[in-house]
Design a protein around this ligand. Sequence first.
Ligand code: TYD
Length: 192
Amino acid sequence: MYIVFEGIDGAGKSTQIQMLSDWLEANGFRVETLVEPTDSEVGKLIRKILQRPDATTQRIQKTLGLLFAADRMLIMDKLEDESKIIISDRSFISSLAYQEPAEWIEVLNKYAKKPDLLILLDLDVKKSVARTSGEDTFENEEFLTGVKRNYLKLAENFTCEIIDANNGVNKVSSDIKKAVAPYLGICPDCIP
Ligand code: TYD
């Protein structure tokens, strides 16, 4: 099973993935976690470009779209391992939410794997901005308002569970477990 976590910056994806992964392992599942952008050379270049003041312009967004797609290609084979639950921190759905134009991004990600389950951590934009460093040019209220809107629209195209990420860490974690349990045949009442 391939589970993807998405959400605007600061939504708590990495913390929640760790908590879900620990819980699934405690329930006897084998889990592998992935992160995009990766720590490859392409991923490092992406992180540098994200700090450019012009990162939201169409020219740089197109360049980023290409780089994110190339970076994603480097971990494509890992998604084929059916002996494990693969949980990914972001995917091509981030490119659809953050980059434009949409037709360009769709073509670049034609071969990207669709998740079996998308967990969308839905956070207020003001909270996102307060939680992030502002080091990356994407971490601003206006841009993230558009990204959040894109995510809610994109969610309709996937098997998706939308989780309110404005709550405390433990509440969000238990909401995620309850949402994931039926997909894995775990009894929801058995969740602590
Ligand atoms: P993020 O998960 O926030 O990494 P970090 O915890 O290191 O800040 O990802 C970095 C940024 O990249 C984030 O603003 C989302 C953006 N992004 C895209 O714009 N398109 C993509 O395809 C991906 C994977 C990420």
